[in-house]
Design a protein around this ligand. Sequence first.
Ligand SMILES: [Zn+2]
Length: 221
Amino acid sequence: MRKILFLLISGLLLIFAAPAGVKAVSPLEGKVIVVDPGHGGYDPGAVRAGILEKNINLQISLKLKGLLEGKGARVLLTRDGDYNLVIAGLHKKEAHRYDLGKRLDIAKQSGACLLVSIHANCTYSCSQQGAEVFYYPPSENGKILADSIQSELRSIPGMSKRIIKTSNSFILRNASIPAVLVEVGYLSSPGERKNLLRSEYQELVAQRISSGILNYLVSKE
Ligand SMILES: [Zn+2]
């Protein structure tokens, strides 16, 4: 009886154990992801105490790109420096729409599976704080992705426990793939502004966004 039991357990172990030497494949392997650092160039985004949103967005986006690529993804940035995609002759709303349209084209032409736009928030009140993730309501997968990233961001020590929000923003509304906009924190909060300028904190935020993306892709497998 003991022998039969031993053979049975050995058999089960052989069936369920991963073959030796075979590396587990990351759910990000071969996936194309577009990371969009909001604003750039003449458009600084929010400005508070001399800090420009566009710079924070780019710094976190570059860190996020590194983390996702480390897990096997191919990451396209809509900008990798201090510029935007507007052409000469366009102004104000028309220029802004053109810029966002070009960013969306990058996602469309690359066959990306999702788009994450990185921004930082600002308001008149100094007390508002916390990262929050936005999605466009008709997109069910956008909502799942937003939830996945938000729950990771909530676990940052000291982070305000915010919940996902809906947005009708141009980039989310016109994305043909699951898309979210992450407001990484409030530049109007002195404490959060200080954090967002620190490279270690930016890395932490990027790590949590990356984990949220990974968890989303695992749930979709
Ligand atoms: Zn912004």
